[in-house]
Design a binder for this molecule. Sequence first.
Ligand code: NA7
Length: 888
Amino acid sequence: MPEAMFAARASDATNREAAVTVDVAVVGAGFAGLYLLHRLRKAGFSVVVLEEGGDVGGTWYWNRYPGARCDIQTIDYGYTFDPELDTAWKWSEKYATQPEILRYFGFVADRYDLRRDIRFCTKVTSATWDDATGRWQLATDSGAAVSCRYYIMATGCLSAPKPPEIDGVKDFKGKVHFTGRWPHEGVNLKGKRVAVIGTGSSGIQSIPLIAEQAAELTVFQRTPNFALPAHNGPQPGDRKAMLENDPAAYREQARLSLAGVPYPQQMEVSWQLSEADRRARFETAWAAGDLVHILTQLWADQAVDADGNRLVADLIREKIQDVVKDPEIAAALTPHDHPFGAKRPCLDTNYYATYNRPNVTLVNLRQEPIKAITASGIATDRRSFDLDVIVFATGFDAMTGAIMAVHPITGRAGKSLSSVWAGGPQSYLGLTVAGFPNLFMITGPGSPSVLSNMAVSIEQHTDWVVDRLIAMRDAGFATIEATETAQAGWARHMADCSMLTLHRLANTWYTGANVPGKALGVMPYTGGVGPYRSICNEVVERGMLGFRLTGENVAEQCNDGEIVRLQPDVRLVLGMLAQMNLPPIETMGAQGARDFLNEFNKGRPAGRPVGEVGDGVLQGAEGPLPFKLYRPATPGPHPIVVYFHGGGWVLGDQQSDDPFCRDMCRRTGMIFVSVGYRHAPEHRFPAAAEDGYAATRWIAEHAAELGGRPGPVLVAGWSAGGNIAAVTCQLARDRGGVEIEGQLLVCPVTDCTYDRPSYTENAAGYFLTRGLMYWFWDIYCSPADRADPRASPLRGKLEGLPPAFVATAEFDPLRDEGIAYGEALAKAGVPVEQLNGHGQFHSSFTMVDVIITGVSGRVKMAEALRGFAGLPRQDSEQRAPEISVAAE
Ligand code: NA7
C-alpha cells in the first residue's frame, strides 16, 4: 500500500509543498523519469518526481542548440510500452529535431497525466540513507525534503555539462553559451563573430547552422571525430513497413539486439569479402545515413578487430578528403587517433562541406592550443581571434556526473557514493550499488546505456526495477541491496566485456578521459543489449542472485554469488549451443559425430589469409598420412610447428582446426603443419601417439623441402592433439631422431583419471563433458593401456623435455590435468609457462573470431613459440595488427 500519497497537483515552480513521504522518489523527468512515474503509479506506489528543469524532457529540455536532433532514427527512439502510444504519435522526420522531441515528451506527459506528480525547478541537493527507518531522506534546493523508501536516479547519462576548463572565461566581454544549457529564447547570431569550441555531436550538429547565420565562425577543434551524413528526410519506408507489418516482432528484435535497434547480427568477416564488395557495402551504409547500420552491418570484425575497423575508417577518411576542398583543412578534420566507433561517431548535415565556406575557419588545437580566453576573444599560442560569442560544445561529465551532482549521496554506515566511486563507478548490473540499499540508477554506469538505443535500455531498466519493487512488496520485503561479491563479479565481467570491443582504445567520455582527473575505464557495458537483458532476467530467475532482501516480518533472503563467471562470448556461444538442443555427441556414434563436427565447422568464420596453404602426404608410423601446411606471408625459411588437431583421438582431421592454424601461423610467423593422424576406433591406441612421433620425425627430416628452417622443430596440439604433442616430446627424447625445441599444449589430455575437481565442477554444460571424455577414452584406449605414458603423459618421465607452454581453461573438465602436467614439468626442471584462461571453456582458444576473448591467450602462446624458436619478441608494429588491439 502507498505510504502516503503525494499531493502536489501543479507543475510550476511556485508549487513547493511541505516535506513529503512517498514510496518512491525519482530524480529526473526525462525519458526514464516519465516512464518510471507511469509504471510506478499504475503499480500502486506513491511517487514524486523531482526535476531541476521547468518542464519534462530531461536532456532534450536543456539541449536546445541549433541543429539539435536525435541520431537514432525516430522510429526506434520512443516508448514502446503502450502500442496505442506507438501509433498515436507520428514523427515528422527520420531524425526529429529537439523541439519535436520535446513536444513528444509533452504529449506523453499529458496522455498519462504525469505532470501532477512532478515537482519542477527542484534540484535534489543530497540524499541520505537512514538505516533505522529503512528510508532515504532527500534534501532539495526548494527546502522541502522528501522521505522515500526507494530512491531512483533517472538523471540521464549526458546531462551534467562539463566545466569549460579554459582560463579567462569570466574576462570575456561577449556572450558565452553552452550547447547543453542553450537559452530557451534562442540566440541571434546573425552578423556575429562566433567561436565554437568542441567537435563532438553537439558541435558537429550546430556548426553548419551557426555558419549560415554568423558573419564569421571559428571552430576550435581538439580531436577530429568521424561524422556521417544523416540524410534526414521522411522516415525510411522499409523500416516503417517492417514496424507496421509486425510491431511486436520489430520491437522484440530491438530488445534482443546488440545495440537496441532491430538489425541482424552481421556474420561475414571482412576478409571473406572482396574489396569491391566491401566498398559496395560501405556506400550503401553511407547512403543509409544511420549510425547503427554503419557500426554493425558492414562486416563482423569491424567493431572487434583493429584490421576490420581500419577498413571502414579508411573509407570514411576518403569521404572527408572528397568533400573538403582545402587539403590541409581536410587533413586536420580527418581522425586518426581512434578506431571508428570507439569514440561516439556523429551524424551530420553538411558538416564537412561547411569548412568550404569562406566565413569558416578551423583552428587545430593540436597544433596551436588555446592559451586563454581574453576580454575580446580567444588567444591561441599563435594568434588571437576577436569574437562576439563563444559557444562551448565541450560535452558532459558523462555517465556519473549527473548522479554525483547530488552530493553527498550517503549510504549505509555513512559512506558517500563519491568515496566509493573515487576510483571509478562500481555497481551491480549498472543498476544498484553495494552499501546503498534501495537506490537504483536507470542506465547507470555498468549497463549498456550510451552504447545502445537509450529508449530500449531505459524501458528495460524501468521494467526491471518496477517489477522487482512489486515482487518485493508482494513478498513482504522492504530493502534490497547488492552484495559486495555480486558487485565485484560484475566489475570483472565488465572488464571481460571491455575486451570484446575497441572502446578501450580511445580517450573518450565513455572512459572518463574527457574530464580531467576522472578515473579511467570503459563505463558502459559493452556486451550488448540483448545479452545484458538476459543477464538481468537470469538474476531474477536465480532467486535475486547477488541481492540481500530484508523486511520486517519476513526472513532475510540473500542468494549471494556472481551472475556471470564465463567470458561474455563464451556465455553466448554456450547459450546458442544449449538452444540447439543437440543430442550428446557420444550418442551419435563415431561416424555420426564426425559428420556432426563437419557440419558444425561449416558455420564458423573462415580463417584468415596466410601466405600459402598447401596439402601433402607424409610418412606416419604405419603408412602415409595427409597433412596441411600453412606458410606465413613473410620471407622464409621459417621455423616449423608440427600441429595435432583436437577431437578426442576420434574426430577431426588435418583441416578441422584450420582457423586456429591460420591464426597461429600469422601470429608466430612460423610454418604450421597440421597432421592427419590415424583415429580410433579404426586405429586404437597407440596409433595416434606413434603417428605423432613419426610425423614429427618426417617433417623435421623434410624441413628444407617444406620451405622450413632446417634443424629442430616445435610441436603443438589442442585437446587430444595436446596429448599427442606431449607424448611426441617424450618419445623424441627417448628414441632420438628428432630434436624438438618447444611444445605448446592447449587444454591437453594428460592423464586417465577422472577424480580431479575440474572433472566434477565442469562435468556438464561446457560442451566438452565428462561423458564425452569417457566415450573418447573408451574408443581410443583399453583401460589396461591407459596408464602407458603414450596415453597419459603425466605418468611418464618428464625430465629433459623441451620447454613448454601449457594453456588450460577454467570451465573445462581437463583443466586440472593440464595444470598438473605444467606443474609436474616445472618440478622436473622443464622451463614451463602456464596460462589458465579465466572464464574460458575447452574450445575458447581454437574458436578463432568467435571467442574474441580467446585472442589474448593466443597472443601469449605465439610469443612462447617464438621464444622457443629463438625468434625475437614481436613488437606491436611487426605483429599481425589485430594483436595489438586484443592483447591484455
Ligand atoms: P562530446 O562528444 O564530449 O564532445 C565534446 C567536444 O569538445 C570534443 O570535441 C572535445 O574534444 C571538445 N572539448 C572538450 N573539452 C575541451 C577543451 N577544454 N578544449 C577544447 N576542446 C574541448 O560532447 P557533445 O555534447 O558534442 O556530445 C555528447 C553526446 O551527446 C554525443 O556523443 C551524443 O551521444 C549525444 P576531445 O574529443 O575531448 O579532444
